[in-house]
Design a protein around this ligand. Sequence first.
Ligand SMILES: Cc1cc2nc3c(=O)[nH]c(=O)nc-3n(C[C@H](O)[C@H](O)[C@H](O)COP(=O)(O)O)c2cc1C
Length: 255
Amino acid sequence: MTHLTPGDIPETTAQFRERDPINAEGTQKAGATQESMSTSNTAQHRDGEVQQVVQQSLPDSHNLRRLIVAITGASGAVYGVRILQYLRSFSEIEVHLLISPAGWLNIQHELQMDRASIEAMADVVHAVKDIGATIASGSFATEGMIIAPCSMKTLATIAHGIADNLISRAADVILKERRRLVLMVRETPLHLVHLRNMTVVTEMGGIIFPPVPAFYHHPQSIAELVDHSVRHTLDLFSLVPALTPSWPGLRSQLR
Ligand SMILES: Cc1cc2nc3c(=O)[nH]c(=O)nc-3n(C[C@H](O)[C@H](O)[C@H](O)COP(=O)(O)O)c2cc1C
């Protein structure tokens, strides 16, 4: 299989947004919402009580849905990066990003992407050692967390409640608060402890989602294989992209 090159996923946030048809739509949607809200606000001026309610519903940072995305050191960094790219098209989502040291190693090895271009796709970037960060607390409301890819080591720490860094702590919080946790675990073959850890996380309410490729949709490229799993993962958070963002780099990799 052809090695992935830096050209495969070259986009900074600005580049992605600039040429992404979904993002253009999302921006318009946000604008339209604001306009319609200010219209209804003006219309309510005669009724002080109703006006107050309308103003409270105006979009601000507190109305954003927060989603935590972590990339760990399993193979398949492309899944995490692709999720970040998709999330750019959801203007209502505030993305909190975590990448483990091994995750960075694999991003460089598999995608040759630089740190700045990946971090630019998130709204908030947390250091993995920052155990005092907002997302370490259950009082910080989030929709949930996706770990893509998720290594067997991170899976093990989550399964056993070993919150020794911000990734495993944030996942621990998601589970204890009964929020949605999706682990795109990757390893082959799997030994008994891997399987048992997946069972434990499932019993705690987490979703084990190994990015196993499907072929019934007749994928024509690696990008389509990846996107199939990514879109399904986002669907678990009721995030259904209207369109697939263009990604000509990976499509051109298929021979
Ligand atoms: C090139 C490379 C590929 C790896 N692939 C996997 C993998 O597919 N699954 C896995 O569980 N670990 C894999 N590892 C090992 C993890 O990176 C290692 O266990 C690491 O400690 C995980 O730490 P983290 O979960 O904090 O990122 C890989 C390591 C390297 C260097």
